[in-house]
Design a protein around this ligand. Structure first.
Ligand SMILES: Cc1cc2nc3c(=O)[nH]c(=O)nc-3n(C[C@H](O)[C@H](O)[C@H](O)COP(=O)(O)OP(=O)(O)OC[C@H]3O[C@@H](n4cnc5c(N)ncnc54)[C@H](O)[C@@H]3O)c2cc1C
Length: 342
């Protein structure tokens, strides 16, 4: 496997932000991953695992070996009458996997159609969309430790999955390269169509008892109509997580802002759409110095020509400050930030 020095990353992240990796390798299989990790250990280099760069902000040059995981393969590891457990290599494309599962008649992943990126990155933030999270179908995550090359298996309950969160962002942050994910699919599981925009789209098409394929098609059509394509307008999807606040704080805000949408988040907490907060602060469609807030989606920041992660992060900081000042709510950035400031 070829390991290159001083490699530009702009074409390897969906925000198209510029920055150079001290070293770069693309591993097509587990042997390649192990080889690259051994190289990094021998050179004393840190390792940054990389998928398709759809949830990353390149904020400057990265003093590490950027290891793009491009391994492929799907294997049925168990099957009974209705259930199937698949082991999927980390470099497989997520959306293609979802498409394959619905073609086979399995409902579980249909709501997660068209999320960019790889299977190996999916557990990192427990990807979620249209009322469904990856966590509900993960059986195990397999990886290899960056510091020792030791293999590691985590059962689903070891992964500490939460809203856009997992052990891979906490205790095991930067500790391993995920090599494959075991995913369970159940033929009897009814598609989850409770999410309002999904339910509305299906109703509009006169579909009452949707098949997995129909849910998949509805999600694809909603996403294509609403979300900017990174190939046209470089972006990383939602830039901020939806904040979760104590119920008392949400109630006080609702008295001042009765139109504020809010959703019960369990444990006496309430989730508030970050997009609404940002829009109320007047940021929708604002563009400055080659970065901006998408005109139709306040949650999506776009690189409109600056190609600079620093500029994007400056804009994000201004947005956070104004939301904090007006609503007393801190916003968290969803993508992972890498690279030293220029
Ligand atoms: C237009 C758009 C829409 C999106 N919509 C959604 C959505 O609806 N829901 C949602 O949850 N997300 C969404 N995302 C975010 C993104 O698609 C997901 O987070 C995805 O899982 C990232 O995959 P990736 O391969 O691009 O990971 P990368 O961006 O390359 O990496 C993301 C993080 O995972 C780590 N990582 C990647 N691969 C591995 C590995 N094999 N082992 C260990 N660590 C690894 C990286 O180090 C990094 O910290 C969207 C992004 C875009 C651009």
């Amino acid at each position: 496997m070829h390991i290159s020095a001083d490699t530009e990353l702009a074409t390897l992240n969906t925000l198209a932000l510029q920055g150079r990796a001290r070293a770069f390798a693309r591993a097509e299989d587990e042997a390649g991953i192990n080889h690259a990790l051994a190289f990094a250990r021998a050179q004393g280099l840190a390792v940054v695992p990389w998928g398709q760069g759809s949830n990353i902000v390149v904020a400057g040059d990265i003093d590490a070996l950027v290891l793009q995981v491009a391994s492929t393969g799907r294997q049925v590891i168990s099957r009974d009458d209705n259930r199937l457990v698949l082991r999927v290599a980390a470099g497989e494309n997520w959306h293609r996997l979802v498409g394959w599962t619905v073609q086979q008649g399995y409902a579980g992943l249909a709501n997660l159609a068209l999320i960019p990126g790889t299977v190996g990155a999916a557990p990192i933030q427990n990807i979620g969309a249209y009322g469904v999270e990856l966590a509900h179908c993960v059986v195990a995550v397999h990886g290899v430790r960056i510091d020792s090359g030791e293999p590691l298996r985590l059962g689903a309950s070891d992964c500490a999955f939460g809203y856009r969160d997992s052990i891979f962002k906490g205790e095991l942050r930067d500790a391993l390269v995920i090599t494959s994910v075991d995913i369970q699919l159940d033929e009897r599981a009814a598609p989850d169509c409770s999410y309002p925009s999904l339910a509305a789209q299906l109703a509009e098409n006169g579909i009452i008892q949707p098949t997995p394929q129909q849910v998949f098609d509805a999600v694809v059509s909603i996403r294509q109509a609403r979300l900017p394509d990174p190939a046209v307008q470089p972006n990383a999807g939602s830039f901020f997580k939806n904040p979760v606040v104590p119920a008392a704080q949400a109630a006080a805000l609702l008295r001042a802002e009765p139109a504020m949408p809010s959703f019960a988040a369990g444990n006496g907490e309430v989730k508030i759409p970050a997009a609404w907060l940002i829009e109320r602060c007047g940021w929708k469609g604002v563009e400055r110095k080659g970065v901006g807030v998408h005109a139709a989606h306040s949650l999506v920041l776009v690189n409109s020509g600056a190609n600079s992660g620093q500029r994007l992060l400056q804009l994000a900081a201004e947005i956070c400050a104004s939301v904090q000042a007006r609503f007393g709510i801190g916003l968290d950035i969803e993508p992972r930030i890498y690279g030293a400031p220029a």
